[in-house]
Design a protein around this ligand. Structure first.
Ligand SMILES: Cc1ncc(COP(=O)(O)O)c(C=O)c1O
Length: 477
């Protein structure tokens, strides 16, 4: 196994099958001590049924590269669930973590905060759009969503909220009630989920709701139909609508398949919320901090929510998230007397704050959003050409910046989703050293969210292998 340090800009180098024997040993070991729902037993079942490949076990990562336990070097087209925007182990973040380790790893979040937490909150207020100024920090995206939903309830006194079909807001209970991504994620827990979430159609231009037909209905008509539906619902034409105090929405649906709503949708939601006195929450956990070519995706339409949730890229690899709100909304919490009514043991953990502060500083000060926009435009052209060569397989290319989805369908079956081909393509690419993940409610979308720092050569290498995969797998039918 090679012990040469990764540089981050390397092309794949495969020395064993993927997974190799060492990864398999580690996964077998995991199967004994981790809950079977998480990784290993599921993988085993897949191995036995031939439904997919076992996981590889990660050993090292840098920039756009990952090395597995067998020494194979990959290009990570997922940026580790879109966390490694600046790449894995960005030097600025590593240095900040090292410095922080020398002074303070843990403080007492709400009781005795650290200086670095205060500096991070200042910086977030600095860079957040409009008058978003006050943060509630968390460790996960689910934490930020929970904080945002609680804030809306405290502000409006109403427990209900609207979220969208296909939305993914996380799997902790508050967030899971808002998520309408896959029914199997919710189904075992339905009795425990709060019943204040109401899911409404997202204006998906490929699969429009309300019986609208793709191609016949314009994106604007699809947008307006969705907005009109919400407006009607809030105008008291549906039972329970009087208890709705918030709308939570992803400006581009991430895990739901990189679905980009028609232009004007976010502004339409802003108008609806203003008309009905609702709190508007943008979940930018996936899209935020440069991923779409703006610092936040909502800036593409110049729309400011009341609360904005961030996570993923924000931490530079550290588990860190924030719900950032307008002061008059956040003031509704009142001043805590005695014990804070919203906090966590690790709220504002100094090590994570130091890493997040370095990541945010780097993304903003080095103007990564415009670099992402430029690189994203080049990637979009390449994806469009690829789709033009495979019109019966790739029916949609959508996204922005470095967040793209290729919608793959069964040949000759209209827009019938083909999750199984995506899975086989994923396996094929992994054998050649490229990692990507399926996305979309049927796993039918090739999700591409490479690190911003991925080189052109790495991206071209992926596209070549992916196309070879299409040739190989579709020839075999
Ligand atoms: C838009 C969005 N919101 C929330 C979450 C949940 O974040 P976490 O998994 O950190 O709880 C995710 C995770 O993918 C996400 O994409």
């Amino acid at each position: 196994m090679s012990s040469e340090a990764l540089t981050g800009d390397q092309m794949p180098r495969m020395t064993t099958d993927s997974p190799g024997p060492t990864s398999t040993e580690w996964v077998d070991r995991l199967s004994r001590t981790e809950c079977p729902a998480i990784t290993a037993r599921r993988a085993r079942r897949e191995r036995e049924t031939g439904a997919g490949q076992d996981p590889i076990v990660w050993d090292e990562a840098r920039g756009a590269n990952v090395r597995d336990a067998d020494g194979n070097v990959y290009v990570d087209m997922t940026a580790g669930f879109a966390v490694a925007g600046l790449g894995h182990r960005p030097p600025q973040v590593v240095d900040a973590a090292r410095d922080q380790l020398d002074t303070l790893i843990h403080a007492m979040g709400d009781v005795y905060p650290s200086k670095i937490k205060i500096e991070l909150c200042d910086r977030l207020a600095d860079v957040a759009p409009g008058d978003l100024q006050q943060s509630i920090l968390g460790q996960s995206g689910s934490d930020a969503v929970t904080a945002a939903l609680k804030t809306a309830a405290v502000h409006t006194g109403k427990p209900g909220f609207l979220s969208f079909w296909g939305a993914y807001h996380g799997l902790a209970y508050g967030a899971l009630s808002a998520s309408a991504y896959r029914e199997e994620f919710r189904e075992p827990f339905l009795d425990q989920l709060n019943n204040h979430a109401r899911h409404v159609p997202y204006p998906d231009p490929l699969r429009p709701p309300f019986g609208l037909v793709r191609g016949d209905a314009t994106p604007q008509e699809i947008r307006d139909a969705c907005l009109e539906h919400i407006d009607q619902l809030l105008s008291g034409h549906a039972t329970g609508s009087e208890g709705i105090g918030a709308i939570i929405v992803e400006p581009i649906q991430g895990r739901g398949g990189k679905v980009v709503p028609p232009e004007g949708f976010l502004q339409g939601l802003r108008d609806v919320c203003d008309r009905h006195d609702l709190v508007l929450i943008f979940d930018e956990i996936y899209t935020g901090f440069g991923r779409t070519g703006d610092l936040f995706a909502c800036q593409n339409e110049d729309v400011v929510p009341d609360v904005l949730c961030t996570g993923k890229s924000m931490g530079g690899g550290a588990p860190m998230s924030a719900a950032i709100g307008r002061p008059e909304i956040m003031e509704s919490w009142g001043t805590s007397e005695g014990e804070a009514i919203h906090t966590q043991t690790f709220l504002g953990n100094p090590l994570c704050c130091a890493m997040a502060k370095a990541a945010v500083d780097t993304i903003v000060d080095e103007d990564w959003p415009s670099r992402v926009r430029e690189r994203g435009d080049a990637l979009a052209d390449k994806l469009e050409s690829l789709a033009a060569r495979w019109p019966d397989r790739i029916v949609d290319v959508r996204g922005r910046g470095m967040m793209w989805g290729l919608e793959v369908v069964e040949s000759g079956a209209g827009v019938e989703p083909d999750g199984s081909l995506v899975r086989r393509l994923m396996d094929f690419c992994r054998q050649s050293g490229y990692l990507f993940l399926p996305s979309g409610t049927h796993g039918n979308v090739v999700g591409l969210t490479p690190p911003f720092v991925a080189t052109e050569q790495q991206i071209d290498g992926f596209l070549d292998v992916f196309e070879r995969g299409l040739e190989h797998l579709t020839e075999r039918g």
